[in-house]
Design a binder for this molecule. Structure first.
Ligand SMILES: C[S@@+](CC[C@H](N)C(=O)[O-])C[C@H]1O[C@@H](n2cnc3c(N)ncnc32)[C@H](O)[C@@H]1O
Length: 320
């Protein structure tokens, strides 16, 4: 049983919103582009390729943690609950929870990538024919309306993939606060958070030998060319991953290789040689730092699971 909802109104004028974000981001002295625009159909495909790379430890590590602890988690979730996933992508991790919680009333998947949601919806319909699947194409920062018959069902939020790390700390607190009000009193949130570690390992995860992460980063320029009629010369930009120890985050950037000018929607943007466009942050937390943010957002810890090498953490939180 599947329901496809129309795009949420805040994202309906996607091109205008995208155009405004690109123009704004490239107009500052420090040029930047919002990372949520990575995920067009090709970007979502490339992200899935990244998750299989040897260097990219987060996905396989989080999957192993979830497999080990899903049973314990499921024992604390009331039957008839609704599983709400933010930034669900392919929903592959979700299957671990769905297998452990056969009595859910519905699974709600929210993502900006329509193609990823569609692929997930088709696969889940085949694997879980009795599960009610609701997909929402849109920004997970927007309020969520659920069908009235589900309004009183207990809610379990799921936010894997360390997507929380893509937000700067204050935005992360704001998003988790919004999730607490969306999910309601006594709701639970299962959230995957990448941990601070050896810098060489982090850099390799964001700059792999096969160049898949580079292709993912550069695809943003391809998208701007296609959707906004821009004329970025992709050979004039290179992928870069940098670790900022003060912010404890990996920054992905696109580096201009020579002086150049790009036309976007009738405007010109100049790039000096070695000038960078900041395209993504991936914050790496200690457990204590992350829990301090979660507490500020109205969540209390219930359980913490890590792999033996403490590469990645999965937190179960309860709305306080
Ligand atoms: C790092 S990937 C994680 C995907 C998946 N949850 C996982 O754990 O493998 C981030 C996902 O969030 C989605 N996303 C990013 N920003 C978003 C936003 N503001 N609103 C909704 N979805 C977003 C992307 O399309 C992508 O599927």
């Amino acid at each position: 049983m599947n329901e496809v909802q129309p795009p949420q109104s805040a994202l309906a004028p996607l091109d205008e919103e995208f155009a405004a974000a690109v123009i704004e981001g490239l107009s500052h002295a420090q040029k930047s582009l919002p990372c949520r625009y990575f995920y067009d159909a090709r970007g979502s495909e490339l992200f899935e390729e990244i998750t299989d790379l040897d260097e990219y430890y987060p996905t396989r590590t989080e999957l192993a943690i979830l497999r080990e602890h899903a049973g314990e988690l499921a024992r604390r979730v009331a039957p008839g609950g609704v599983l709400v996933e933010f930034g669900s992508g392919s929903s592959r991790k979700t299957e671990i929870l769905l297998d452990a919680m056969p009595d859910l009333a519905a699974y709600v998947a929210i993502d900006v990538s329509e193609s990823a949601l569609e692929g997930a919806r088709e696969r889940l319909a085949a694997c879980y024919p009795n599960l009610r699947v609701i997909t929402r194409v849109g920004d997970f920062r927007m309020p969520l309306d659920l069908p009235t018959e589900l309004a009183d069902a207990p809610r379990l939020g799921f936010f894997p993939g360390s997507t929380i790390g893509n937000l700067v700390r204050e935005e992360a607190v704001g998003l988790m606060r919004d999730m607490a009000s969306t999910l309601g009193a006594q709701a639970r949130l299962v959230i995957g958070v990448d941990l601070r570690k050896d810098v060489a390992r982090l850099l390799a995860a964001y700059d792999d030998a096969k160049g898949v992460t580079a292709a993912f980063n550069l695809n943003l320029l391809t998208r701007i060319n296609r959707e906004l009629g821009a004329d970025f010369d992709l050979s004039g930009f290179a992928h870069e991953a940098h670790f900022d120890p003060d912010e404890s985050r990996i920054e992905m950037r696109l580096v201009s290789l020579w002086p150049q000018q790009v036309r976007i929607l009738g405007r010109s943007f100049r790039f000096a040689p070695q000038e960078r466009i900041h395209t993504e942050n991936s914050h790496k937390y200690t457990v204590e730092d992350f829990l301090a943010l979660a507490r500020r957002a109205g969540w209390s810890p219930v359980a913490l699971w890590r792999d033996p090498a403490h590469l990645f953490s999965v937190h179960e939180l309860i709305a306080s």
